[in-house]
Design a protein around this ligand. Structure first.
Ligand code: ATP
Length: 248
């Protein structure tokens, strides 16, 4: 059995004639937390969508928990989940009902207990019975996170999980993600523009630019190699094409 939770091999996705992801390979060990960084349009969301099986690669393969996502994703989808600000839950349904639909789709038992536990963990209890479209952006983000944890996933894919949260709530959510990782021994892949978030949560950082991986290392190795004190400075080096000089 593979020791890797996620393996991407020579992934490529071309939209019309634009390569959004171009020959991307990585292997993520079980129980680790990995960040994907890159500027707008670097290919982060497309990579995550291919790992989830939502977008089919033009070529290359993704294996999750040893399963080829292009051919057998239904064997493994119940063991994974994702959160993305680009996916809206049906707005007229109350939060509780939305979560209940997903819990049942995943075949969860004790749905009410599961929802109550998540509502308490993610501080949703006061608006569980409100229609989802009457929530603030930050409340919706917390509901989306609850949805992503509804099936207790072994592999969790997060696309900018704290994008619309105030600094205090974002910090608190990062704490919840750390708890989840520890309690579940989960594997988490996070696309983020928040460098402090990535430094805090991730064992490793995959840096993308124009659809390709331009660096792949632990945050501390990256800081040492670029001679920088934080990931934001490393990110700017990469984004502004100072990679070659800085990394030598
Ligand atoms: N459905 C699509 N059809 C056509 N082009 C697309 C589609 N989805 C993404 N792209 C293009 O693919 C490239 C990579 O987009 P992607 O959303 O993966 O980047 P990203 O790194 O997540 O960016 P951001 O930080 O802005 O969210 C971009 O040039 C984008 O315009």
């Amino acid at each position: 059995m593979s020791q890797f939770a996620i393996e991407a091999r020579h992934l490529r996705k071309v939209f019309r004639d634009t390569p959004a992801v171009d020959d991307v390979s990585f292997a993520i060990p079980k129980g680790s937390v990995v960040g994907i960084l890159g500027g707008n349009g670097a290919g982060k969301t497309t990579t995550i969508a291919m790992v989830m099986g939502l977008t089919l690669p033009t070529s290359g393969e993704v294996h999750v928990l040893g399963t080829d996502m292009a051919r057998h994703r239904h064997d493994v989808l119940h063991r994974m989940n994702f959160e993305s600000p680009y996916v809206d839950l049906p707005g007229r349904l109350p939060v509780r009902q939305n979560l209940s639909v997903f819990a049942k789709l995943y075949g969860m038992r004790d749905v009410a207990v599961r929802i109550a536990r998540l509502a308490s963990d993610l501080d949703l209890t006061s608006f569980l019975d409100r229609p989802t479209n009457r929530l603030s952006a930050g409340q919706k983000t917390r509901v989306a996170l609850a949805k992503s944890l509804i099936n207790d996933p072994e592999v969790l894919l997060l696309d900018e999980p704290t994008a619309s949260l105030d600094p205090d709530t974002a910090d608190w959510i990062r704490g919840r993600l750390e708890d989840y990782r520890r309690e579940r021994d989960a594997t988490i892949l996070i696309a983020s523009h928040n460098m402090a978030e990535v430094e805090r949560l991730c064992d490793r950082v995959i840096m993308m630019k124009s659809g390709r991986i331009v660096d792949d290392a632990s945050p501390s190795d990256m800081l040492a190699r670029y001679g920088r004190s934080n990931l934001e400075e490393v990110f700017l080096d990469v984004a502004r094409g100072r990679v070659q000089e800085a990394a030598q």
